[in-house]
Each structure stands twice: as structure tokens, then as C-alpha cells.
Design a protein around this ligand. Structure first.
Ligand code: ZN
Length: 232
């Protein structure tokens, strides 16, 4: 599905002037929404953007998709939660220690990191490095002007963006690396709107591709909403 975003450039909303945008959502999994040359890029069947299943290490942990060592098996919310659970089980002193280990979520780890817990921060830093490695690849392929990091984990800000930027600096080709900004969806209205928009686009694309929980009418309604976001 290819949609022309006329309002992307002409409206007063987010993303004005940005032609090539990548939105990376770090939720329980990791996905990407792409706008290339002002058009949503969904690929042949609408399945583009599955950055979470980029192989980081073929011998790595088992992913939900059945393969081993995908990005999201290292760095997604579920992986962060598992590492938080292992941390508590290990008996190390951490803010998380008071919680029943089997119930620890990525949100708990992020909250502990924000409150200064060094072990929780280390989990998120590692996550950020893996995400940054994948983003460096995406930057090399698509040369976007902006990469927006969204999803719950992005709320920890620098704790995750510093290692992401570092990995990108180390691995992306210079010509692309120097012209890209990496921001979180939390840094203000502008980037938040870009994130929300691309996420909504991405969801719409995936619904259309899977064509099971939605009709094409619902999908086009969703896309109309996106355009309205731009106009407001
Ligand atoms: Zn996978």
C-alpha cells in the first residue's frame, strides 16, 4: 500500500520538511514505520518495517517468531522484563528486589533505571546498543533525516538514546550518520506527533496486510485520522 502524504508537507503538523523518516517503536516487541520520499513505505505486502526480527546473533536467544537472536529477543520489552527478572533472581541489590521476580515488567525496569538503579540502567543500555546496531543498518539502507524512538521504553530518555546514538556513530556510514537526528517521541510535541503518526500508519499498514481484524474501510478511516493529525 502506498499513500501519498500531501498534508505531510503542506500542513502545519509534525514532520514538515522531513522527507525520509523512520519511527522505531520499542514495545514488548520492536517494529519500524517508514516514510520514504514523503510516502509511507509498506513494501510489497505491507509487511515492511519488521526491524525487530533482524538477526543480531544467529546463536542468540529464541524469538517469538521462532528464529534465534532477533533484535527483539535481545532488546524488546519482553527481553528487558526477562533480564529484570533474572536480575532479581540473582540476588543483586536493586530497587526491583522488593518485587516478586516473575511479575517484573519492562516498565518496572525502566522505572528503576529512572530512579537511578545501576543494574536496571545497564539492562537498558545494553538494549539501546542492540537497537542502535539495527538502526545503524537502517540508516545505511535508507539514509533518513530523522529517526524517532517511541514506545514505553523511550520514556527513559538518555539512558537508552545515548547508547543508541553511540552505536549509530560507530556503525553507520558517515555521510548518512552526520545528517540524521535521533530523537525520542518524548522530546516535545513535534517528535511525539511524528511518532504517533507513523505508528498509526504502521498499524494501518499491518492491519491491511493481515486483513483479518479489520476491513479496508476501517483502515482507510485510520489513515484519514492520520491526515487530520497533520492538519491540526
Ligand atoms: Zn524474531
Amino acid at each position: 500500500m502506498m499513500l501519498s502524504l500531501v498534508h505531510w508537507e503542506n500542513g502545519r503538523g509534525a514532520g514538515r520538511g522531513e522527507k525520509n523518516i523512520a519511527y522505531i517503536k520499542v514495545g514488548s516487541g520492536i517494529g519500524a514505520g517508514l516514510i520514504l520520499n514523503k510516502q509511507i513505505y509498506g513494501g510489497t505486502t505491507g509487511a515492511a518495517g519488521e526491524i525487530g526480527h533482524l538477526t543480531i546473533d544467529e546463536n542468540g536467544p529464541l524469538c517469538n517468531c521462532g528464529n534465534h537472536g532477533c533484535l527483539e529477543a535481545f532488546a524488546g520489552g519482553d527481553a528487558i522484563a526477562k533480564q529484570g527478572q533474572a536480575l532479581v533472581k540473582s540476588g543483586k541489590r536493586t530497587i526491583l528486589s522488593g518485587l516478586p521476580h516473575e511479575k517484573i515488567t519492562a516498565h518496572d525496569v525502566a522505572e528503576a533505571a529512572r530512579r537511578g538503579d545501576l543494574h536496571a540502567q545497564e539492562i537498558l543500555r545494553r538494549s539501546g546498543t542492540f537497537i542502535g546496531i539495527a538502526i545503524a543498518g537502517l540508516i545505511n539502507l535508507f539514509n533518513p533525516s530523522i529517526v524517532v524512538i517511541g514506545g514505553g521504553v523511550a520514556q527513559v530518555g538518555d539512558i537508552i538514546t545515548v547508547p543508541i546514538r553511540q552505536a549509530v556513530r560507530e556503525r553507520a556510514m558517515r555521510a548518512s550518520e552526520q545528517s540524521v537526528r535521533i530523537v525520542t517521541g518524548m522530546l516535545g510535541r513535534r517528535s511525539l506527533l511524528i511518532g504517533a503518526t507513523i505508528q498509526a500508519i504502521n498499524v494501518a499498514i499491518h492491519i491491511a496486510a493481515e486483513n483479518k481484524n479489520s476491513t479496508s474501510k476501517e483502515t482507510s478511516m485510520e489513515i484519514n485520522n492520520i491526515v487530520e493529525i497533520h492538519q491540526s
